[in-house]
Each structure stands twice: as structure tokens, then as C-alpha cells.
Design a protein around this ligand. Structure first.
Ligand code: TXA
Ligand code: MG
Length: 331
């Protein structure tokens, strides 16, 4: 494998490294495994490398509005215009009616294409040099926590990918928010880097949150059906007023098991843990550190304890990931 630094963009041949394969890219949310949307073989390899179900479509990353316009078969609604003006470039993905020319490998055979404009200026420069949008899911093995540092990606994908582009730790740490207007309804399909409150304030109306579906339910966001963000050891998510005594009881029942704590640093815990990973105190800090914490405790613990956070602002996305990652919810 070969590793390039994003800041050295002028010193490597971008077109060459994207010519015939998928490449790992840094974004402000999480690392992505990216392919040109006009290279069918490279697109297909993304599913193979990640072990991703073939009906789970890919988010398309653009560097300009004209690049977006080439992908979509609709007028851009006023709400989207407002959101793009306010939050692009940034961690907000919007669902559009796709042109027939957009690869079905990208759309997962649906009529929609999910598009975002990433925040890193050099990544946008890279996309603009390619003169082609990049489709990229998170660069983890399917089902595992998303990678927020290059070392996470190398751990999961190793030599399966020939080229990696590094840009340090991801600033947001959770994936982009996915928002769509479907049958005139404003729907938040995945909470993420831009909060529900920010969207509602910008467009001046309430939006529906539909981030959970059962296996049988029809969904506009196929990724919701699958198991996600799960380390290889059980995660215990504690909720409600009795969390402290419940933690003590759970710890007693797990004798001889090395329990790691994902710790919100402004909270006092009354138990000794095998290892503690500091998430920070504020919700943006917890977002930034969450996936790193899950991965770090996985290496030398047998179970992970974590306490719920308030479901406001970034807390909605944090709890979405924690609920999907957890094996046990204790309350
Ligand atoms: O922050 C992010 O969005 C990161 C970085 C790399 O940009 N990407 C990311 O991709 O999180 P991924 O594949 O891990 O999650 C994409 C989600 C999936 O749940 C998928 O079902 C949904 O977006 N999605 C993608 N295209 C869609 C489409 N055309 N219609 C409905 N849902 C779509
Ligand atoms: Mg993912």
C-alpha cells in the first residue's frame, strides 16, 4: 500500500491513483473509501472490499454546485437551497432524484442519489482536479465503527486498498446528516454532523426523524437496516436515573471480565474499570472521540460500558450510533 498526505496534493498524480481502483480519502466526518462515479469496476470493488450489502447505496461527494447539477433530475427545492447555502461545504448529505445516467451501483438501484460537498478545501480541490464526483462510504469493514484516523482504516482494510490519503484525525467524527424531502415531507434519515435543530432553524419548520426501521419496513435509506458501528466485544448502554446502581450491578455480574468505560469527563463514576477512554465533556467532543473510543477499548477489554447522553444537538447522532453499537441497553 502507498500512503499520501492530503496536504501534499501538488506532489502526487491524483488522476493516476484514482484511475483503476478505490482510494481511501479523509473527510471532515470520517474516512471514506472512494471511487470515481464513472468507473464501474472501482465502484463495485468498494462493496467487495467493505463486505457491503449491494443494495446499500453510496454517498456522492462533489466539489461544486455544477457538479451536483450534472447528477440530478429535478429543480433544487427552496429548503435544499437554504441548507446548501448555510451548511455546504459540510457534513450534510441531501437526497435528490438521480439522472438516469448515474450508475445504479452508486444509487443501489434506486431513483435517488445522495450528495454532499465535503468541508476540507484540499479534498474539494482533489475532486475538482479529477473533474468527476467521488462515491464514498465510510472506509470501515461493514458493521464496524467508522474510521476517524488513518490507522483505523489500515486496521480494517490493510492491503485490500492500494492507495491511502491521510489528513490526521477527522474533525467531526460522526458521519454526515442525511436529509431528504420525500413526498413533500422533510425527513432526517440519519442524524449526524449537522443537527436537527440547525436544520429546523434554517428552513423554519419542524422535520421528522426516521432513523430507525425494522428489517421488514420499507426505507429510503437502506443503511438503516444493517447492523452498525459494532466492536467485536459487547457494548452495554446505560440509560435512565438508576444508571449508577445498574452499572454496579452489571459489573458484579460480569466478574473476571475486563470492562472498559467510555467516559464523559464531567460525570462521576463509582466503579473501577480495567481501562477508561476519555470522550471529553461537550457533545462535539464526544462525537469526535466516540468511534476512536469504541475501537481503542476493543483491543484490551472484554466489554464496554457507556452512559447515554442527552438527545439534543449532537446528542441525537451520538445516541443513534450508540444504540446501533450496543448489545445490551440497561435501564
Ligand atoms: O459522512 C459521511 O457521510 C461519510 C463520508 C465518507 O462522507 N460517508 C458515509 O457513507 O457515512 P456510508 O455508506 O457509511 O453511509 C451512507 C448512508 C447509508 O445509510 C446509505 O443507505 C445512505 O447513506 N444512502 C446513500 N445513498 C443513498 C440513496 N441514494 N438513497 C438513500 N440512502 C442513501
Ligand atoms: Mg458507514
Amino acid at each position: 500500500m502507498k500512503i499520501f498526505q492530503l496536504q501534499d496534493l501538488n506532489n502526487f498524480d491524483v488522476k493516476e491513483i484514482f484511475k483503476s481502483n478505490a482510494v481511501v480519502i479523509p473527510t471532515e466526518t470520517v474516512y471514506g473509501l472512494a471511487a470515481r462515479i464513472d468507473n464501474e469496476e472501482a465502484l463495485k470493488s468498494i462493496y467487495k472490499i467493505k463486505g457491503r450489502p449491494s443494495d446499500n447505496p453510496l454517498i456522492v461527494h462533489v466539489s461544486s454546485i455544477s457538479m451536483l447539477e450534472n447528477l440530478i433530475d429535478q429543480e433544487i427545492p427552496l429548503e435544499y437551497r437554504i441548507l446548501m447555502e448555510k451548511f455546504w461545504p459540510g457534513p450534510l448529505t441531501l437526497l435528490f432524484k438521480a439522472k438516469a445516467s448515474v450508475s445504479k451501483t452508486v444509487t443501489g438501484n434506486s431513483d435517488f442519489v445522495a450528495v454532499r460537498m465535503p468541508r476540507n478545501p484540499l479534498l474539494r480541490e482533489l475532486i475538482s482536479r479529477l473533474d468527476c464526483p467521488l462515491a464514498a462510504p465510510s472506509a470501515n469493514t461493514s458493521g464496524k465503527p467508522s474510521p476517524t484516523q488513518l490507522s483505523h482504516v489500515i486496521h480494517d482494510l490493510g492491503e485490500k486498498v492500494p492507495f491511502y490519503i491521510d489528513d490526521g484525525s477527522c474533525e467531526v467524527g460522526l458521519e454526515s446528516t442525511i436529509f431528504g424531502i420525500i413526498n413533500r415531507e422533510c425527513i432526517l434519515l440519519r442524524p449526524g454532523g449537522i443537527t436537527k435543530e440547525q436544520i429546523e432553524e434554517a428552513i423554519g419548520k419542524e422535520i421528522l426523524v426516521k432513523n430507525k426501521v425494522s428489517k421488514e419496513e420499507k426505507t429510503f435509506c437502506p443503511g438503516q437496516k444493517y447492523k452498525h458501528y459494532s466492536p467485536s466485544i459487547p457494548v452495554y448502554l446505560f440509560k435512565g436515573n438508576d444508571w449508577s446502581s445498574n452499572m454496579i450491578k452489571a459489573m458484579e455480574s460480569l466478574k473476571d471480565i475486563r470492562v472498559g468505560l467510555l467516559r464523559r469527563s464531567n460525570i462521576a463514576y463509582q466503579i473501577e474499570f480495567h481501562k477508561i477512554f476519555e470522550l471529553g465533556a461537550t457533545l462535539p467532543e464526544v462525537s469526535r472521540n466516540l468511534f476512536s473510543g469504541l475501537r481503542s477499548l476493543e483491543t484490551d477489554c472484554d466489554a464496554i460500558f457507556v452512559l447515554e447522553v442527552e438527545q439534543t444537538e449532537e446528542g441525537l447522532a451520538i445516541m443513534d450510533r450508540l444504540e446501533k453499537a450496543s448489545s445490551f441497553i440497561v435501564q
